[in-house]
Design a protein around this ligand. Sequence first.
Ligand code: 0RA
Length: 657
Amino acid sequence: MAKTSYNSKDIMVLEGLDAVRMRPGMYIGTTGVKGLHHLLWEIVDNSIDELANGHGNKICVTLHADGSASCVDNGRGMPVDKHPKLKVSGVQVIFTELHAGGKFESNNYQYSGGLHGVGASVTNALSEWLEVYVDRDGKRYHMRFESKEVGGHIKSGMPVSELTVIGTSRSTGSLVRFLPDRRVFGDATFDFNTIALRLREIAFLNKGIEIILVDERNKNAKPVVKQFKYDGGVSDFVNYVNSTKTKLFDNPIYIKGKSEHCELEASIQYTSEYSDTVLSFVNNIPTSEGGTHETGFKSGITKVMNDLGRKLNFIKDKDDNLLGDDFKEGLTAVLSIKMRNVQFEGQTKTKLGNPEIRPEVESIVVTELTKALTKNDAKKIVETIIKKAQGAAKTREATKKAKELSRAKNSVENTNMLGKLAACTSKKAELNELFIVEGDSAGGTAKQGRDRYFQSILPLKGKPLNVEKKRLDQILQNEEIRSIIGSLGTGIAENFDLSSLKYHKVIILADADQDGEHIKSILLTFFFRYMKELITSGHVYVGMPPLFKMEKKGEVHYAYTDADYAEKQKKFGSGFSIQRYKGLGEMSAEQLWETTMNPKTRFLVKVTIEDAAEADRMVTTLMGDNVEARKEYIQENADFNREDKYAKLLDKGSDKK
Ligand code: 0RA
């Protein structure tokens, strides 16, 4: 009799799991690679939960050669006793009851079941088989589940045995191994890098926990093993994110605290960058769209910094408070909270919605950050952060001015901003070309050599300023930059308007030497930072003047690269004269037209976003304050040989007609 009722309950349970198999998407999103990994995360999350609550310190995930995956932890071991209502072992409940996590919830098992949320039973339902080993109370227990075809349809996750003692053990812990069902996932396989990345993130977020990943799938090689363990937790995470950046103080600031609905851990550092990286997590899940915890975090930082800044007189009485955005510049932070009853919102459900969390996080940050920054040695750090934010505030004000300026420019043609522009006569933007030419003398030659119907020339005297180190207001005061902005007609930054661009080809023309490279980099960086769309919509080009003129019996050839030269030398044989051009200024107006400006005979290299980003990196490195990085960069790129840089581009980017 008892047996019968056990069976009927059993069947009800199985119906639950069958529902998962019928609509896997509802539980794990997809039946592709992502869904496959979801199965593993359900299992790993449970082990992490156990360890994060203070039971055990080590997890090992293995990808086996048969396509199965396992996760073993040294926690207390899953519950083996009979569940009081369901009358089956705790292990069976965990793997056969949907959303079983909460059923074993107790005060010291706080955040169970809340992570990916669907529970380990979903992994069982979508596996060909799943095995569990539990070590506790001196014994080793085992249980196996299988999904089998019965009468034309598949019964999911059926217990093949009850939980059985199979031996003894001196330690405690749980091991789960499962084979994702090919009937659900096809040939999708586990991806080592995806798993390694996520396990590293989990290790950062749970300090001191050791996570090992073993890949045994290549039978002809030794297993690939990765180990993650970070005793510094979120602070190690911040250091990792900042490893290539210049930090503004030695150690990240670490804070920790509790409130009614959450526990919080965070780490904060500032770098010399202008952008920010804030990584936030709820119950170890990345919240890339932010949410109430992030809002509270940022307002907490803003309050504390303004408060301490005034107390220490880094912010003067007469000055306004700095804004939240000012404290974002250069900020690298990791915010990790743990809580129950998580509500996720947003387009990708990665935004925390719980309204009670915002004030709670703010209050923890105010208390704990104030504590951390009023220690003896912290005054310097406060000063550094305030200085950085004051710099950002200046940019903010400058941007406002720039907007006004750019607006004024848009309404009235401001001739001040055109510099030495020699404008073309055509008004057809699609046809028109603007040559930005290095140096007054080359500029003069270009003016003579151009087709004045559609080609405008803007000579730049000397180097335009390096935009990296300057703020927008200073950039806008630079005559060369102003004349570029004025000539293009688009405005800059938020005001940029592509539809008012006056030249559909903007061509940078500089000498083929280091100075020329540098000017190109500076201009590309300026476009990249303040007129990105100009590049992404394909309007920026680099002109290519020839390196050599080769002449034999009235026959003239130009060589644009060293390789080009070598090739033409072969063709020519001996007895030709060569002229090596050191700069644009050495060419006559006719030569410049013929070789560099005439659309029928010239080479143009279209600038792609990678070129611009590389230019940006070069300027950042050469002008920035990271001496080591600069040395390294110069060593790597000591040879500014054009051939290297453009030979490849010649094939794909040239529009030589
Ligand atoms: C609830 C209660 C207890 C252990 C666990 C859950 C547990 C679950 C998992 C999942 C993977 N590894 C795990 N380790 C432990 C036991 C409570 C007690 O000992 O009183």
